[in-house]
Design a protein. Structure first.
Length: 278
């Protein structure tokens, strides 16, 4: 059971346009990445665009982490700017507006302790129907191809959010259609394939957050990466236990929240490596 008592909240610096000043860094990186995508789309030959595709994929995988944080705590004060930002994130990461909200916030965060054969299993479940643990490739492919089914299922329980999800498909599909109309080959190379690969990477990367951890206690249910560079690049996504226990808190608060519960997290779930390594 969680026994840590948090110290009094420390007010976060606010911005005039952004809700929190700390979001200047991820928002700048997202917009810079988007402009770079646009530059290669408009000005590069297909050969140059193909050479640039791998770096663009790497950028999109980083943007995916910022998308996750934005869907928990929107970056801008203005609802309109948040929806525009949703689109900028979507075309880079392959995750459309409100998809994270339905599948992740309203699904996974509610049910992540529930693995099959539970009657209401985690939308990102890592266990098979018989309760055995999926391998990483199996989990990645299952989540990649099945997540839209879960979105529709969760959407039936949250019709208002689901309507927003459907409405935001209109500008998303319009952007995709316009890109393929203007320059189909460059759009495929610069936007479409990197977004698909970024989505596949998102599915692959989330496996380690909970896979194989059977528990009914929130403080024991997530694997954390404490490596400073990993958390710098992902805006503290490695501090995953704190994120799940305080899902409505801004990413910049996670180091303090993590420190307040760290002594209750099992030692084997505190990884010190940067990435790909246990």
């Amino acid at each position: 059971m969680l026994t840590a008592t948090l110290s009094s909240d420390v007010p976060l610096p606010r911005g005039r346009v952004l809700r929190y000043a700390a979001d200047i860094r991820p928002v700048s990186m997202v917009l810079g990445s988007f402009l770079l995508h646009l530059a290669f789309f408009w000005f590069a030959s297909p050969v140059v665009a193909l050479i640039a595709m791998l770096p663009l994929v790497a950028l999109s995988t980083m943007v995916a982490a910022f998308n996750h944080h934005h869907q928990h705590v929107n970056a801008f004060r203005s609802p309109f700017l948040n929806r525009v930002y949703d689109l900028v994130l979507a075309v880079q990461t392959g995750v459309g507006p409100y998809t994270w909200v339905l599948h992740h916030n309203l699904g996974h965060h509610k049910n992540y302790l529930n693995q099959p054969p539970h009657a209401e299993p985690d939308e990102s479940h890592w266990a098979r129907r018989d309760g055995t643990t999926m391998g990483r490739i199996e989990y990645t492919l299952h989540t990649f191809f099945h997540h839209q089914v879960d979105v529709y299922r969760v959407g039936r329980r949250h019709p208002q959010v689901f309507r927003h999800y459907l409405l935001m498909k209109i500008p998303c599909y319009a952007f995709v259609a316009l890109g393929f109309y203007l320059n189909p080959l460059n759009y495929l190379i610069v936007f479409f394939v990197p977004a698909l690969l970024a989505l596949m990477h998102t599915c692959w990367a989330t496996y380690e957050h909970h896979a194989g951890v059977h528990t009914t206690e929130h403080v024991e249910a997530s694997v954390n990466r404490e490596h400073p560079l990993f958390n710098l690049l992902t805006c503290n996504l490695g501090l995953h236990t704190a994120h799940h226990m305080f899902p409505g808190r801004h990413w910049s608060e996670l180091p303090r929240l993590h420190a307040s519960i760290r002594d209750q997290i099992p030692e084997q779930q505190l990884l010190q490596t940067f990435w790909l390594m246990r």
